[in-house]
Design a protein around this ligand. Structure first.
Ligand code: HEM
Length: 192
């Protein structure tokens, strides 16, 4: 049979829904399979909307960016200004080897022991151009990721910028492997 008229599943979620729908007894899952444009699919955690991403901001583009610029520290905004702006604070809260690696421009995601970020430091990075957030005790710089986020920029700025976003992250998509997606955006560990 020629199945060229059928829309192919475009992402993991659609593929999963299609797989589940074929075995679904009550048809409820079938109802969740809607063509793009039908936003607001009911799922655990409530109704959620995906936004249209700008051209050049697909998941593949993000992968490309993290694999290149990310490996060279390019995705943590103003990493090189940390020592200038917060030297005294960092000296009080961090180990000498961490700061020594930072001064030698070792990418933050490779520094061991990792940078220790407390609430005071986290809260300073709360804008669109300089956006840090905590998920499960790890601090990430989301600045470069904002435009790639399928849920949109605004929801991240409101719930993540300069904050611990763990609860909201889990509420919307506990299954998303943020640690892989944001590997090279890693800033350090969050210390209370
Ligand atoms: C901070 C790291 C975050 C990462 C790496 C991330 C990543 C993602 C990814 C990969 C998706 C697509 C999920 C899918 O296709 O099933 C998504 C969707 C979404 N995210 Fe996030 N997200 C983050 C934080 C958040 C936060 C804190 C919120 C809410 C406050 C949020 C709200 C949403 C919404 C509303 C969607 C679209 C709706 C949906 O999947 O049904 N995200 N996010």
């Amino acid at each position: 049979m020629d199945d060229s008229n059928f829309k192919k599943p475009v992402n993991f979620r659609e593929q999963r829904l299609l797989r589940n729908a074929s075995t679904s007894q009550n048809g409820a899952r079938l109802a969740a399979i809607k063509p793009p444009g039908n936003l607001g699919v009911p799922r655990a955690g409530g109704y959620r909307n995906k936004v249209a991403l700008k051209p050049g901001h697909s998941a593949l583009d993000w992968h490309e960016l993290t694999s290149n610029k990310g490996k060279r520290q390019g995705l943590v905004t103003r990493a090189n200004e940390l020592l200038q702006n917060d030297l005294e604070h960092l000296r009080r809260t961090n180990y000498a080897p961490t700061l020594s690696q930072l001064s030698r421009n070792v990418p933050l995601y490779l520094i061991r022991p990792p940078l220790r970020v407390d609430k005071q430091l986290l809260q300073k990075h709360n804008t669109k151009d300089d956006c840090w957030c905590v998920i499960n005790g790890k601090v990430y710089c989301l600045t470069s990721y904002l435009d790639f986020h399928p849920g949109g920029v605004d929801i991240l700025l409101k719930n993540c910028a300069g904050k611990d976003a763990t609860i909201m992250f889990d509420k919307y998509h506990r299954w998303v492997s943020y640690d892989k997606l944001l590997e090279t955006c890693f800033v350090g560990i969050y210390v209370e």
